[in-house]
Ligand binder design. Structure first.
Ligand SMILES: [Ca+2]
Length: 283
């Protein structure tokens, strides 16, 4: 169930109307990095985008211990150990294979503290009220825990951009109309990216081959980077205002009412792939 769904907090709607010039967008990426390959590609896009000030990243869902190791190694190898790495509560349940475990466990980075993910995000929201965009590209136990812990602080976020949910699914939440399922990263784009030869593209290439060996797949689908790309270039994934509610089974439903979310219903795969390669290989 993969789909981009941007949920705007009330504070975001007010801030958007104000449209004040901001030099850089403060973001935090909450991610299940290490399972599918697209989280690493999302981090790569964020690190390649001067429009973003990355306040931190946080590991969510399942084996968060190994996820923070992967974050530490990637950020360390890229000279960005200044970016805090927060850790969500580890859970024994992880339905997905950790396909990039060898890389994650192979780092030799010096140990550093990992703040609690929930506390870290809420602290940043309080510190920069109305300025922080939370980008959630994995399952949402961290986000749920933030809401449970301090809804008032959570509402201080500027917006929450989520890769998740399903809309107009014909009563089958496991087979959604997926606005990002077409984002296949084909060989031409991969070759252009991996031939670039920077530290970042070399890391992404290595992760890709590890993921490919583990999954026996060759064409990744870059769901997660679209969350960031949609912030950088909104035309790649135009947003439709909808009123969204959750039913008791956790399904997102389009219901009558004033819009409370902006939802990407369609995306342009070729334009996205070109944008991604251009951005990550750019100056
Ligand atoms: Ca993910």
């Amino acid at each position: 169930m993969r789909k981009i769904l941007g949920i705007a907090a009330a504070a975001f709607l007010i801030a958007a109307n104000g449209a004040q010039a901001q030099p850089r967008e403060k973001i935090i990426i909450d991610s299940d990095i290490g399972d599918d390959i697209d989280d690493a590609f999302a981090l790569g896009l964020a690190l390649s985008s001067p429009e973003f000030e990355i306040l931190g990243v946080s590991a969510s869902f399942g084996d968060t211990v190994t996820r923070v190791r992967m974050f530490d190694r990637m950020l360390g190898e890229l000279g960005r150990s200044d970016i805090p790495v927060a850790m969500g509560t580890p859970a024994a349940v992880n339905l997905n294979a950790f396909t990039q475990r060898r890389y994650a466990e192979g780092g030799t980075m010096a140990p550093r503290p990992h703040p609690n993910a929930v506390d870290f995000v809420l602290e940043q929201a309080r510190k920069y009220p109305g300025q922080v965009t939370l980008v959630a590209v994995g399952p949402l136990p961290n986000v749920g825990a933030m809401i449970d812990k301090d809804l008032g602080a959570f509402r201080l976020l500027k917006q929450v951009v989520i890769m998740g949910g399903s809309i107009r699914t014909m009563n089958d939440p496991l087979m959604p109309l997926d606005s990002t399922a077409n984002l296949k990263f084909h060989e031409v784009a991969r070759t252009a990216l991996f031939a670039h030869g920077s530290m970042l593209t070399n890391i992404l290439a290595g992760l890709y081959y590890e993921w490919s060996a583990a999954t026996r797949a060759s064409t990744p689908i870059l769901y997660d980077p679209m969350t960031l790309a949609s912030l950088l270039q909104p035309s790649l994934c135009p947003l439709t205002p909808l009123h969204i509610t959750l039913d008791d089974a956790g399904n997102t439903k389009e219901t009558p009412g004033a819009p409370n979310a902006e939802v990407c219903l369609h995306s342009d795969a070729d334009a996205f792939a070109q944008f991604y390669v251009r951005r990550v290989t750019g100056p």
